[in-house]
Ligand binder design. Structure first.
Ligand code: FAD
Length: 361
């Protein structure tokens, strides 16, 4: 019997947790390190929309589309329904030609988008005050509380013997004489065969001994979570001035300009008030919408906006998985990367997203 491969995953957000689970599924002995609490940073501050509605290239659409299906299957397998729901999205951020172009693009890709008129929207969302003339309905989409999903996956990993190490920073890597790597952490050294960097926005800082950093253009974003409200909304709502959705406990999760970059100096409490006011305006009745939490997070965004997954160039045995839309993509990417590392099976879905594209950057 051959010994199980030893894999150290650096980062315990949704990407690292998914990768750890997938490596363990394939028989590896996994250790997950995080310099902070388990569950990730961006993952704790995310809107959590699981979608393939926006993808600049066909390859990126194919990856996102496959990721939705994979997330559903994982959710059923691990009974994640407390943290993941699949209500579909109503989208009307744009009007006119831009709206039509989005509909045409999704239709051409076979995404199953439906163009709804005012009355159809009102029937789906009776608590919406001023329904738009048109919206796109994408029923396949969902939303996740990404930090809770990551923590659930990690709990599963731990139950099967995986090692979880919160509050332990990975400082550097160096080759081990017997093969593999020595991982130097704030709590001592570890020996392993493979290292996977799922460090999110911190990927721009690199890691000692790796001699490689990922060019990143991280962006700050704000999410407001409210106290539970009685008024129900039934879909993820993407409107021109606010996007919001409802958790099973009735709390609303809302964001400002989608994928925008929040100015460092922007007044977060004032912006949160604006977001709340916009929600109040959208819903019927005298709504008591109170913010429970205003979260400021950093979106991990590789320089060209696309995911980076696979071998770190020139460093055998070290791999990377860093991306925006990591909530959508994390579970599938984890699975594909685990197969590549442990079984030597590379998926064509990942071929456009290799770290080598930044060589010389
Ligand atoms: C405001 C906002 C809204 C978003 N909305 C969406 C959305 O609607 N849909 C979507 O799909 N995505 C969305 N995203 C993006 C998504 O949240 C991220 O892509 C995803 O959470 C990344 O997960 P991760 O595991 O890679 O990173 P993280 O969750 O950030 O986890 C990385 C972890 O690595 C740890 N780490 C870093 N360096 C080290 C080290 N040296 N040693 C040990 N640990 C280390 C960190 O402590 C951290 O816990 C949003 C992000 C933000 C901020």
């Amino acid at each position: 019997m051959t010994a199980a491969a030893k894999v150290v995953i650096v980062g315990s957000g949704i990407v690292g947790a998914s990768t750890a689970l997938a490596c363990q599924d394939l028989g590896a002995e996994v250790t997950v390190m995080d310099q902070g609490p388990l569950g990730g940073l961006a993952s704790a501050n995310s809107f959590g929309w699981i979608n393939a509605s926006f993808a600049e290239t066909q390859a990126y659409f194919d990856l996102r589309n496959a990721a939705i299906e994979f997330f559903r299957t994982l959710g059923q397998r691990l009974e994640l329904q407390a943290h993941v729901s699949w209500p579909g999205t109503l989208w009307w951020e744009d009007v006119g030609q831009d709206f039509d172009a989005q509909f045409a693009s999704l239709t051409a890709r076979g995404y199953g988008a439906q163009r709804l008129d005012h009355d159809e929207i009102a029937a789906l969302e009776p608590n919406l005050r001023d329904c738009p003339a048109h919206a796109l309905f994408t029923p396949v989409e969902g939303a996740a509380q990404a930090q809770s999903v990551a923590q659930s996956l990690l709990a599963h990993v731990a139950r099967r013997g995986g090692r979880l190490c919160p509050e332990q920073a990975v400082k550097s890597l160096r080759p081990s004489f017997g093969g593999g790597h020595i991982v130097q952490t704030s709590a001592g050294d570890l020996q392993c065969d493979f290292v996977i960097l799922a460090t999110g926005a911190a990927a721009c800082r690199g890691l000692g001994g790796v001699g490689w950093t990922l060019p990143m253009a991280n962006k700050r974003g704000m999410i407001v979570q409210t106290r539970p409200v009685q008024t129900r909304i039934h879909h993820i709502l993407m409107t021109p001035d606010v996007h919001f959705r409802q958790n099973p406990d009735g709390s609303l999760v809302a964001g400002e300009i989608f994928s925008g970059d929040l100015d460092q100096l922007e007044d977060a409490p004032a912006l949160a008030d604006t977001v709340i006011a916009r929600i109040r305006q959208k819903l019927r009745g005298q709504l008591d919408v109170q913010p429970a939490q205003v979260k400021l997070g950093e979106r991990p965004v590789p320089m060209d906006g696309l995911p980076v997954v696979g071998a770190v160039p020139g460093v055998p045995g070290v791999f990377v998985a860093v991306m925006h839309s990591g909530v959508t993509l994390g579970p599938l990417i984890g699975q594909l990367l685990a197969k590549e590392i442990l079984q030597g099976r590379s998926s064509p879905l990942m071929s456009s997203f290799r770290a080598s594209r930044f060589a010389g950057a």
